[in-house]
Design a protein around this ligand. Structure first.
Ligand SMILES: [Zn+2]
Length: 351
């Protein structure tokens, strides 16, 4: 494990230490530990971002990010670039790969460096589905509280997204091994140019071509991952550089999972069950499920169904927070997320 100190993007009084580590199959990953002015007084919190972004998606140019809020409350903040991160070389991957190899390794490294026996996790979108799989398989027993945003075990899509992933995906996979919202600014293949032309024609909701490409790639809204009114102009511009390649192997697994009504394994990795969200999970972790009521990437029903399943197994232990006026990533990137979203997340971590 090697380390290097890098400057943070949002706060001059924060320092980031980057750990170069490996997943259990030897795949490279990085962990970022963010420290404030004072040493942490609480246990580690691992933040796991979605696919096709980087760990620092949690550091949008807003007045107060979730990282600022966690550090101010004394948590020891860690971010992970798992194999879906655009900070790493692009590879084909499935949720199984991340569940079996990336998240258990990340948790183990954090435990090793900090000496902590237990920790918490804040997981988002495909960081959430894959981490939820690892937890359900009993592969991250150190994690005692899991704050999950948008989707965990029961992905539920708007009708147009079901059509895209069910019908268009197989056709597109014959033409491209990945989708890339950065095609909005920099199409680098013939397929990328065609996608940009198609999205420019059908999405007119703003003048940010990456924002519009993100919406076509990931959902059914205009926009799909945030409400424009929730982002400050700096964040809306910043997201142009924060999205990259996502392999078709992932979309194919999500398509199978949506059809099944719950996450399914497709890669037969050791230690992973075939189905999730059906039998009780092999974890004692307490789950705090969050979703924006306006989410047009995964419908709020995704988390509602998971909550019903968890609550049936252990009534009263878990919680569900549906936040009005919010969509998907604006739960973290929103200009007022520090007021509308973070307090409930911090409360869940401190319980
Ligand atoms: Zn936009």
């Amino acid at each position: 494990m090697s380390t290097v100190t890098v400057r943070p993007t949002t706060r001059a009084d924060h320092r980031v230490t980057k750990y170069v580590v490996t997943a259990l199959d030897g795949h490279p990953m990085t962990l970022l530990r963010v420290r404030g002015r004072h040493a942490p007084t609480r246990e580690p919190v691992l933040l796991v971002a979605g696919s096709g972004v980087r760990a620092e998606i949690f550091r949008a140019p807003t007045d107060r990010t979730i990282i600022d809020a966690l550090i101010d409350e004394g948590w020891d903040v860690w971010l992970v670039n798992w194999r879906a991160s655009i900070d790493l070389d692009p590879v084909s991957w499935t949720l199984d790969d991340a569940a079996a190899w990336d998240h258990p390794a990340a948790v183990r490294h954090v435990a090793e460096v900090t000496g902590a026996d237990t920790m918490k996790a804040i997981i988002h979108c495909q960081g959430s589905t894959s981490f939820a799989m690892a937890a359900a398989a009993g592969l991250v027993p150190q994690v005692t509280t899991i704050v999950s945003n948008a989707v965990s075990f029961h992905p539920t899509l708007p009708a147009f997204s079901r059509f895209k992933i069910g019908r268009l995906l197989p056709l597109m996979w014959a033409m491209t091994p990945y989708l890339d919202p950065s095609w909005g600014d920099r199409p680098d293949t013939a397929f990328g140019h065609a996608m940009k032309a198609m999205v420019d024609l059908t999405h007119r909701e703003c003048d940010n071509s990456v924002c519009r490409q993100v919406s076509f790639t990931y959902g059914s809204g205009r926009p799909a991952l945030w409400r424009h009114e929730n982002l400050n102009p700096a964040t809306h511009d910043w997201i142009r550089g924060e999205f990259g390649k996502v392999p078709m192997s992932f979309f194919a697994q999500m398509s199978e999972s949506v059809k099944a009504g719950h996450l399914v394994s497709v890669s037969k990795r050791p230690g992973l069950p075939e189905h999730y969200g059906v039998d009780a999970p092999a974890t004692d972790a307490r789950w705090a499920l969050f979703a924006g009521r306006e989410n047009r990437c995964f419908l709020p029903a995704s988390q509602e169904r998971t909550f019903a399943w968890l609550d049936a197994a252990t009534p009263g232990r878990h919680s569900l927070h549906l936040i009005p006026g919010y969509s998907h990533l604006d739960m973290f990137l929103g200009r007022d997320a520090a007021r509308d979203v973070f307090p409930a997340m911090l409360e869940e971590l401190a319980r």
